[in-house]
Design a protein around this ligand. Structure first.
Ligand code: OOG
Ligand code: MG
Length: 258
């Protein structure tokens, strides 16, 4: 398969919520560079269907995530408007393959940002900060992949839920984060788990995008990456994330059909 055909394969799998074999095990061993090309080509298909770029999500910015997935290099994926679920909204598991949730921090960009920047310079480009839940959904069987596989699959991007935006001058280096299913704690972490400070994920995104001649755009959202391991969703639950000083965000999963 050429890169365009692979892009069609991963895009269709995401669109139809169908699982596919890992590319690397099905005769398509990609380089990381080719994987980002596939990601761009597959997102082009989404834009052609009317989706609009919403921002960027970072992957593997915490030890917990790296350990869970057995990978240790920071990667990124593209977010579109169609992926955004409103705070308090509901999702249907039928629209996903095997979704998992992660507690994250979201940045709203005030201006464009690109290239190697210091954490301080990165923060100066931020309009607001919010608690956010990412719903990741690898299209690969058993949620297993190598680095090029996952990058080609848009870094498992599927949905995101963003809470209320807070002022950007808020201290966010070490905020407690509690994720609950129906009021029961499933993960506890700290914003410090994200590269020591979530703004480093923003600076990392800026540097990685610049390698491909790209930039973060004013008005975009940047998801800093999961602070803890990701947890599989179940039918009928309410998922809530509380971030110290920043507030809460939640969504529900539709109950199973009987
Ligand atoms: C890849 C996406 C990783 C994060 O926050 O680290 C990610 C995956 O684990 O499927 O979104
Ligand atoms: Mg994530």
């Amino acid at each position: 398969m050429n890169l365009n055909q692979i892009a069609e394969l991963v895009d269709t799998a995401a669109l139809d919520a169908n699982e596919i074999p890992q590319l690397s095990q099905a005769g398509s061993e990609l380089t990381l560079e080719q994987a980002y090309e596939v990601q761009a080509l597959s997102l082009k298909r989404r834009y052609e269907r009317g989706e609009v770029p919403l921002g960027i999500k970072m992957g593997f910015t915490s030890r917990a995530k790296m350990v869970q997935m057995g990978l240790d290099e920071m990667i990124w994926g593209r977010l579109t408007d169609k992926m955004l679920i409103e705070d308090g909204g509901e999702i249907d598991l039928e629209d996903y393959v095997h979704p998992r949730v992660e507690p994250e921090i979201a940045f709203l960009m005030k201006r464009d940002l690109s290239g190697k920047v210091s954490p301080l310079q990165a923060l100066e480009a931020v309009e607001a900060i919010a608690p956010a839940i990412e719903i990741i959904d690898s299209r690969y069987k058993a949620f297993k992949f190598n680095l090029p596989d996952v990058v080609a699959d848009n870094t498992s991007s599927s949905s995101l839920v963003v809470g209320q935006w807070a002022r950007p001058d808020m201290e966010i280096s070490n905020l407690g984060m509690v994720m609950e299913f129906d009021g029961k704690t499933v993960e506890i972490g700290s914003s410090a788990a994200i590269l020591g400070h979530p703004v480093r994920a923003l600076a990392g995104a800026s540097a990685l995008l610049a390698e491909q001649g790209l930039a973060l755009k004013a008005g975009w959202i940047l998801m800093a990456g999961g602070a803890t391991a990701a947890v599989p969703l179940m039918p009928g639950i309410n998922v809530r994330l509380s971030v110290q000083n920043l507030g809460r965000v939640n969504f529900s999963v539709k109950a199973a059909q009987v």
